[in-house]
Design a protein around this ligand. Sequence first.
Ligand code: SF4
Length: 152
Amino acid sequence: MLVVRAKLEVRDLTVALPTTNGWVRPVAQVSFTLNEGESLGIVGESGSGKTMLSLALMGLSPPGARASGEATLRTSTNGSSDGSSEHTIDLLKASPVEPGKFCAGSVPALDALPPGCVFSPRCPRREPECDTRVPELRSVDEQHQTRCILVP
Ligand code: SF4
């Protein structure tokens, strides 16, 4: 059985946004560690930076935004066909997601995920099989994994 473990470490994460009145920092020096199996709830007023924090960690900050500090995702995989592997990803230096290169539409609610591939309702390359089959996590190479049935 494939087992993937992950740990997220965020240190002094700051996100600055350009405005007509200069730079604002909705996220200022945020630090936390999220270990395997832990969840983190972020509470704050509207506009307090919750969304900007999450978007920065996913490489989805709005155009012009500057993220600084450290955000490291460490993963280890056991049980894949090519053995065990460990990866460390600097999330702030990972390739940004280019507009138009991610699925349009809303992300499904976690308590109402669609059957099959969770991207199926929004995926422009969906096959009939995608609506019923949950793709298994497979290694593509030493640093990449996929759950898409179209990736050889
Ligand atoms: S398995 Fe691949 S092609 Fe099918 S819906 Fe998911 S991402 Fe799209």
